[in-house]
Design a protein around this ligand. Structure first.
Ligand code: SAH
Length: 230
């Protein structure tokens, strides 16, 4: 990666300050491996993606903390462990085309892009959409495709997808997303009420749909036709 201008600061990706590398290593060891995430592709991606470049300048020193962070527009970037757990639940090998709903800061998409062939990500907030699309260009994430629309309707023209990740909480899994998942595909999404949800993993097989509950979580609202009202 070449030099990048992020939040007005010149960042030399080859000569990244050593503190970020050690903060990232600590994040992976103390927050992610210690809680049971084992997939080497996920661990390597979390160790590689510079999370501090996906938050505002004021939050750079908190970027590797064990908590979610605000990203503007009333939205948040999830805690690193939740991102690792959701990514691991998709059982990715590297050849996949993955759909993400809720681009936000772009961090989750960047983690996926480090692992898979191509990431399709949809954002409904125009400010975040424009800001993050620019960041992907700056950081040269060429295998991420962005779209400004209501992600609860999926991305029919590009489907079916090998995996789908929804990074905002809804009261149900949007039916278009289940339709746009390939047979053998995995979907992960926070499902529940306004203030707390359960992380639901869905697998689409020849025999039908199988779901598993991975436990409680808290996400911002999924807003749209098959989500919450504005
Ligand atoms: N994956 C993001 C998380 C951002 S928070 C990251 O790594 O930073 C969730 C995001 O989902 C917000 O940006 C919000 O605007 C977006 N969102 C909510 N409803 C949506 C919808 N129907 N379609 C697309 N994006 C949506």
């Amino acid at each position: 990666m070449t030099d990048a201008l992020v939040a007005g600061i010149k960042v030399d990706m080859k000569e990244e300050p050593k503190k970020f590398v050690s903060w990232r290593r600590e994040m992976v060891e103390k927050q992610i491996i210690s809680r049971g995430v084992t997939d080497p592709l996920v661990l390597e991606a979390m160790f590689t993606v510079p999370r501090h470049l996906f938050v505002s300048e004021a939050l750079v020193d908190s970027a590797y903390g064990d908590f979610p962070l605000p990203i503007g527009e009333g939205q948040t970037i999830s805690q690193p462990y939740i991102i690792a757990e959701m990514t691991q639940s998709l059982e990715l090998k590297g050849h996949e085309r993955v759909l993400e709903i809720g681009t936000g800061s772009g961090y989750q998409a960047a983690v996926l892009a480090q692992i898979v062939y191509k990431v399709y990500t949809i954002e409904r907030n125009n400010t975040l959409f424009l800001q993050t699309r620019k960041l992907f260009d700056t950081l040269k994430y060429h295998n991420i495709v962005t779209r400004y629309s209501d992600g609860t309707q999926g991305w029919k023209q590009e489907g079916p997808f090998d995996a789908i990740i929804v990074t905002a909480g809804g009261h149900q899994i949007p039916s278009p997303l289940i339709e746009q998942l390939s047979i053998g595909g995995r979907l992960i999404m926070p499902v529940g009420g306004n203030f707390s949800q359960e992380l639901i993993r869905l697998e689409k097989t020849e025999e039908g749909i199988k779901t598993t509950n991975l436990g409680a979580c808290r996400f911002v609202k999924l807003i749209g036709q098959h989500g919450w009202d504005e």
